[in-house]
Design a protein around this ligand. Structure first.
Ligand code: 13P
Length: 253
């Protein structure tokens, strides 16, 4: 049986003081159950401090992106090995903000995914369509292209050590959540695409939903057959909001 994963993507938010309070709040709540894993993804400068605060807890640490290169003359970039060295177990790759604002192509995302895996990190591969693409009936084609690039380069078995996050771009930060049925349709499609290559991997891989997840809509989403948790933006910045989402997952376990 798949566990739930509730992951906070803090994006470019926080400060040493704010992060310390947020992590304190998460740890104090002793959230979840054996069936709910928690992950926080702070901005790069705060990874070491958050790692120290999380030491000895079951809450995992992740970064928000990673270089596809191993090391060398790549000013401003961060290697996967450095993230491991700093205490990260996960890294987001291909978040729609990276694709849209920083021009990351699906091939580049696939290279980042491979670099993360090679260093021993668990990549969280983000996929999702824009509103325009959805309205043009292209949702599945967009997902297939984004997922296909990684399946072609790393192979389906790589997903035994990875997570997928479906984040419809039109639901991110808009307060406009996909309905549980809309999300489930895409999650089922993703899992069936994986199953066509390898049934066992398809059944084991966690597929998260992201896009305006809150305490009051989480249970409806997480109750769907192929939704294994959430990638949370805004609601991951306040401990009570994040914990409410973790508790929604725990209540279903
Ligand atoms: P919101 O939860 O703020 O919509 O953000 C979702 C997201 O992009 C998480 O990666």
């Amino acid at each position: 049986m798949r566990k739930y994963l509730v992951a906070g993507n803090w994006k470019m938010n926080g400060s040493n003081a704010a992060n310390a309070g947020l992590v304190d709040g998460i740890l104090a709540a002793q959230p979840g159950s054996d069936n709910v894993e928690l992950l926080v993804c702070p901005p790069f400068p705060y990874l070491a401090a958050v790692a120290a605060q999380l030491a000895g807890s079951t809450v995992a640490l992740g970064a928000q992106t990673v270089s596809e290169h191993e090391k060398g003359a790549f000013t401003g970039e961060t290697a996967a090995s450095m993230l491991v060295d700093t205490g990260c177990r996960y890294v987001l790759v291909g978040h729609s903000e990276r694709r849209a604002l920083y021009g990351e192509s699906s091939d580049q995302v696939a290279a980042k995914f491979a670099a993360a895996l090679a260093a021993g990190l668990k990549p969280v591969l983000c996929v999702g369509e824009t509103l325009e693409e959805r309205e043009a009936g292209q949702t599945e084609a967009v997902i297939d292209e984004q997922l296909g690039a990684v399946l072609e380069s790393s192979g389906v078995e790589a997903f035994q050590r990875a997570v997928i996050a479906y984040e419809p771009v039109w639901a991110i930060g808009t307060g406009k959540t996909a309905t549980p049925e809309q999300a489930q349709d895409v999650h089922r499609h993703i899992r069936s695409r994986m199953a066509a290559r390898d049934e066992a991997t398809a059944n084991a891989v966690q597929i998260l939903y992201g896009g305006s997840v809150k305490g009051d809509n989480a249970a409806g989403l997480f109750g769907m057959a192929d939704i294994d948790g959430g990638l949370i933006g805004g609601a991951s910045l306040k401990a009570p909001d994040f914990i409410a989402i973790a508790e929604a997952a725990a209540s279903l376990s």
